[in-house]
Design a protein around this ligand. Structure first.
Ligand code: ADP
Length: 396
């Protein structure tokens, strides 16, 4: 039976897509439409090792999906095997604790969550509406970044602010990267059977970064909050800090509080401190050429990641596994080493040689002899998880 799944990830100004086959194991085609909403928007499609690019005239999500549909029309072998479409959705609030087949109720639910993800949710809705229009009769599934964290206890998800704000407005921690954490938890269970009954700490370190504690297979705490701004220092996000700074920045720079918040989201983090780049690889190269500020930005990143790993670990009985994932977690030898060094009080000890020799794109164990916590690199694969959820829901 053919089981091609189109995975769609609509951001505010981009649309990533892939068609996965063979229970998600094979990527037939993938691509990205970028700079949507501008005059320079274009779509790139990678197929059989070759990349083609074309400009988008209107630069809308609709045009991007139309181009994807036209491409599929020209590749009927792939289109005919298409059985479902899976959408990554950033915010599912308290409404969605798992992935779900999309209908009117689900669209309304995503719309209600738009207050917490004002840039992403409208893009998701657009993407869903256009795919319904262009792929009539193909079932569609929503997979939420937040749903894995719906298992958090009130003690973890409530902010210590007046309770009426939670009751009346839903102001609480939701957490993100849930699809990645669910995937990592499943991969770890395959690699290290029994881990689903243990305590697992995961650091998902990419341009966006967060930590998660997984207790007996369920998320018990995570560092991101009502939005992805809380927690770790990231590429351009500050992560957690004294909220008074918003008022101070706004007064000192004579900008609105929303603009000050924008600074914390888009001009801070690695970029803000290094004054060079939000990209870890660029910063590591600069550090090696003697740029002290690049080094400082990476060291603050390591320090804050270690702190959040330690704090999320308070929901575990024991730290049996520590997993690094995401572009930085999977590839940065320097940051893995710096983070583990700062966790030595917890008995975390990395094997330096294994860390340096960890093969790219594969699962590897970096544990030093005598360390009780198994330290891993596990490459994440959110698209695969979305495809698997889609297959499983449409088969029901
Ligand atoms: P996101 O999905 O959040 O946009 P990714 O998970 O793709 O981000 O991670 C991007 C980050 O990973 C960038 O900071 C990039 O520099 C970093 N990265 C990728 N490869 C390497 C590498 N070999 N060494 C260090 N950092 C790397």
């Amino acid at each position: 039976m053919q089981d091609n799944i189109l995975v769609v990830n609509c951001g505010s100004s981009s649309l990533k897509f892939a068609v996965l086959a063979n229970a998600g194991q094979q990527t037939l085609v993938e691509g990205i439409a970028e700079r949507l909403g501008s005059d320079e928007s274009l779509i790139s499609i990678k197929y059989q090792g070759e990349k083609s690019q074309s400009p988008l005239i209107e630069g809308t999500h609709k045009e991007a999906v139309t181009v994807i549909k036209q491409w599929l029309d020209q590749h009927p072998d792939i289109l005919q095997g298409l059985v479902g479409i899976g959408h990554r959705v950033v915010h599912g609030g308290e409404t969605f604790a798992s992935s779900i087949i999309i209908d009117e109720y689900v669209i309304n639910g995503i719309e209600e969550c738009a207050k917490f993800a004002p840039l992403h949710s409208p893009a998701h809705i657009k993407g869903i509406e256009v795919t319904f229009e262009l792929f009539p009769g193909i079932p569609q599934v929503a997979v939420f970044d937040t749903s894995f964290h719906q298992s958090l206890e009130a003690e973890q998800y409530l902010y210590p602010i007046p309770m009426s704000y939670y009751r009346n407005h839903g102001f609480r921690k939701y957490g993100f990267h849930g699809t990645s954490y669910r995937y990592i938890s499943q991969q770890l269970a395959k690699t290290s059977p029994g881990s689903e009954q243990q305590g697992v700490l995961v650091a998902h370190l990419g341009n966006g970064a967060s930590t998660c504690a997984i207790n007996h297979g369920q998320s018990s705490d995570t560092s991101m909050g009502i939005t992805p701004l809380e927690g770790l220092m990231m590429g351009t996000r500050s992560g957690s800090l004294d909220p008074s700074l918003i008022s101070f920045i706004s007064q000192a720079e004579n900008i609105s509080q929303d603009a000050a918040l924008d600074v914390l989201n888009k001009q801070s983090g690695l970029l803000g401190v290094s004054e060079l780049s939000n990209d870890c690889r660029t910063l590591e190269e600069a550090m090696l050429s003697g740029d002290e500020r690049a080094k400082l930005s990476l060291d603050i990143f390591a320090s804050r990641t270690a702190k959040y790993l330690a704090s999320t670990a308070t929901t575990l009985d024991s730290i049996d596994h520590l997993v690094f994932t995401g572009g930085i977690g999977e590839n940065s030898v320097y940051l893995r080493e710096q983070i583990c060094q700062r966790l030595k009080a917890f008995g975390i000890k990395l094997d330096e040689t294994k860390n340096q020799q960890a093969p790219r794109g594969e699962i590897s164990n970096l544990t030093n002899e005598g360390c009780q916590t198994q330290i891993w690199v596990i490459p994440t694969n959110e698209e695969l998880m979305i495809a698997l959820d889609t297959i499983s829901l449409i088969q029901k």
